[in-house]
Design a binder for this molecule. Structure first.
Ligand code: ATP
Length: 217
C-alpha cells in the first residue's frame, strides 16, 4: 500500500516580546487559507549584537504558553531558548529537516517585514532549500523587495497556488492574503511603559502575566 502523504508542517519563529494578536490572528487566518492543522511557535534566542528582548526567555516562553492555552492550532517548541548560544534560523531549520527527513513538506512563517529584510539573515540563500516561506501581510510595508535582484528571486520562487506547499518538501514562497493587523510588539511595549491600555492587542492572560511580572514598565 502507498504511504499516506506527509502533512505540511509549519514553524513560526520570532522574539514574541510579547506575543500579540498580530501574530496569533494573522497566522490563524494563514492556517485556514492553506489548510494547516498545526503551527509550531518557536521563540528565538536573540544574538547579542541585536537589541535584546525586555522579557527573559522564560517570560517570553510563558507568555506564548498563556496565549495558546485555548488555541489547539498552536504548539510550542523551545529548542532555540534552551540553547546557550544564539541560534540562526537556517541552522535550526537544518536540524529540523534532519529530524523529519528530506521528503517532509516544511514551512517557516514570517511577516512581510521579515521577507523584505530576509537578505540580511545569516545564509538566507539556503533557506528555500530547507523549507517553504509562508508570508503574512503586514500594514505599512511595501510589496516589492529592496533590489531588482531580490525582486527577481521572489518572482522566481513565488507560488500563487497552495498545492506545491503540500506536495513539495521546500522551495516556494507563498504570500498569503491575510487580514492586516497594525500591531507590533514595539508599540505594545511603548504603550505599556506609558500606562496605556493594550486590551485589544494582547490576550488577557498574557496581559495579566505582564502586569504580575512588572514587565515593560
Ligand atoms: P518588534 O516590534 O519587537 O520588532 P514584532 O511585533 O515584529 O516585534 P516579532 O516577534 O519580532 O514581533 O515577530 C515574529 C514574526 O511575526 C516576524 O516574522 C514578524 O514579521 C511577524 N509579525 C509580527 N507582527 C505581525 C503582524 N502584526 N502581522 C503580521 N506578521 C507579524
Amino acid at each position: 500500500m502507498a504511504e499516506p502523504p506527509l502533512m505540511l508542517q509549519a514553524i513560526y519563529g520570532g522574539t514574541f516580546d510579547p506575543i500579540h494578536y498580530g501574530h496569533l490572528n494573522s497566522v490563524t487566518a494563514l492556517a485556514e487559507q492553506i489548510s494547516l492543522s498545526q503551527v509550531i511557535i518557536m521563540p528565538n534566542n536573540v544574538p547579542p549584537h541585536r537589541p535584546q528582548p525586555e522579557a527573559s526567555s522564560e517570560q517570553r516562553k510563558r507568555m506564548v504558553e498563556l496565549a495558546i492555552a485555548d488555541k489547539p492550532l498552536f504548539t510550542l517548541d523551545c529548542r532555540e531558548l534552551k540553547r546557550a548560544t544564539p541560534s540562526w534560523t537556517v541552522e535550526t531549520l537544518e536540524q529540523i529537516r534532519a529530524e523529519k527527513g528530506h521528503l517532509q513538506p516544511l514551512a517557516f512563517i514570517i511577516g512581510q517585514d521579515s521577507l523584505l529584510s530576509l537578505a540580511h539573515w545569516h545564509r538566507w540563500e539556503e533557506l528555500l532549500s530547507l523549507c517553504h516561506l509562508l508570508v503574512c501581510q503586514r500594514p505599512n510595508y511595501p510589496l516589492t523587495m529592496e533590489t531588482p535582484e531580490l525582486q527577481q528571486w521572489l518572482v522566481t520562487h513565488r507560488t500563487h497556488s497552495t498545492e506545491p506547499l503540500h506536495q513539495q518538501p521546500a522551495g516556494k514562497i507563498f504570500i498569503a492574503p491575510t487580514p492586516l493587523y497594525d500591531i507590533a510588539a514595539t508599540t505594545i511595549r511603548k504603550r505599556l511603559a506609558s500606562g496605556q491600555s493594550c486590551d485589544n492587542l494582547v490576550p488577557a492572560p498574557v496581559l495579566n502575566f505582564i502586569h504580575q511580572q512588572h514587565l515593560y514598565r
